[in-house]
Design a protein around this ligand. Sequence first.
Ligand SMILES: N[C@@H](CCC(=O)N[C@@H](CS)C(=O)NCC(=O)O)C(=O)O
Length: 207
Amino acid sequence: MSITLYHHPFSRASTVVWMLEEVGVPYELRWVDMMKGEQKSPELVAKNPMGKLPILTDDELVVTEVAAIGLYLADRYAAGRLAPNLDDPARGTYLRWSFFAPSVVEPGSMAKAAGWDFKPGQAGWGEYAAMIDAMASAVTGRDFLLGAQFSMADVVFGGTLRYMLGFGMLEARPVFVDYVERLNERPALQRAEARNAAIRKEHGLDK
Ligand SMILES: N[C@@H](CCC(=O)N[C@@H](CS)C(=O)NCC(=O)O)C(=O)O
């Protein structure tokens, strides 16, 4: 196993550092100067035709899309710990919120922020208020999405929620604030934050 994450600290790759720290496998970070557009270089477009970060390689395998990277890493290297086993019904909840983040929360937030004109009944992300209520329902009355057990779904969904709360894109309901506080206590998140901060400093990005 040889895992490389093509990384820039201002990209979603910073969430993948958290994923890797949760999983606990060795990995290497490869600096990509996103501000200079290096993600559009022929070498990286050959790996991700979208010309975007993050890109994770595991030997010859290429995985893109933050949620897919998280689910891949959990299934392959932390099954039963960060991902419910295939025959565990908790997997339904795990997958539900893992997919909700990129397929509903991301476009729903963008639609709201950019003032898109769309028909909620036709758009997969629907009404913004319903989306927020659904997010709240996912974390009400439990510590993590699966209950007491933290999982990779909390990095995928919780990472998105935490980002939105941090940037004032989500109303600070107590249920969101409390959930993010629990996430912030994760030693793996703290290690990832430290690593991302060190890279920002190394590249003079903290101005
Ligand atoms: N759906 C993708 C989103 C990837 C994405 O938008 N990455 C941004 C950084 S967070 C990017 O590379 N932007 C630079 C560009 O598009 O040139 C995922 O979940 O990984």
